[in-house]
Design a protein around this ligand. Structure first.
Ligand SMILES: Nc1ncnc2c1ncn2[C@@H]1O[C@H](COP(=O)(O)OP(=O)(O)OP(=O)(O)O)[C@@H](O)[C@H]1O
Ligand SMILES: [Mg+2]
Length: 113
């Protein structure tokens, strides 16, 4: 299983959700976050204290999918979230060792489907 963590523009959430729905991705967690990338994450010092300024509102979508679906899901998110401008977002992929559906005790890919 692969966890896809996509940090995108908030106004792209609906498009990305619809696109993921079309390829059969069902489970996801969505969080409103603040973040900084290459341009905005400046560190400032004020009275000896360090501050990170200019955090921008973003949306984080986390979805865990079967490895078979990971590449398609990645491309789908990129296509739906892209404007071509700076700040389009970033996607992190990582391996997931296990997943369990609490109700049925199903594990692994069965817990995702
Ligand atoms: N290295 C990182 N680690 C964790 N989160 C990150 C990282 N880089 C970016 N993010 C998150 O992704 C969001 C969007 O980043 P952003 O698209 O601005 O990336 P970028 O590298 O600056 O690319 P661009 O040049 O296209 O703006 C950030 O607000 C932050 O929440
Ligand atoms: Mg940026």
């Amino acid at each position: 299983m692969t966890k896809i963590e996509a940090i995108i523009r908030p106004n792209k959430l609906d498009d990305v959700k619809a696109a993921l729905d079309e390829i059969g991705v069902k489970g996801m967690t969505v969080t409103h976050v603040m973040g900084a990338g290459k341009q905005r994450g400046r560190t400032q010092y004020y009275r000896g204290q360090e501050y990170v300024v200019n955090l921008v509102a973003k949306v984080k979508i986390e979805t865990v999918v079967s490895d078979d679906l990971a590449q398609t899901a990645l491309t789908t998110i990129m296509d739906a979230a892209s404007t071509g401008e700076i700040g389009d977002g970033k996607i992190f992929l990582s391996k997931v060792d296990s997943a369990v559906r609490i109700r049925t005790r199903e594990e692994g890919d069965d817990a995702l489907a």
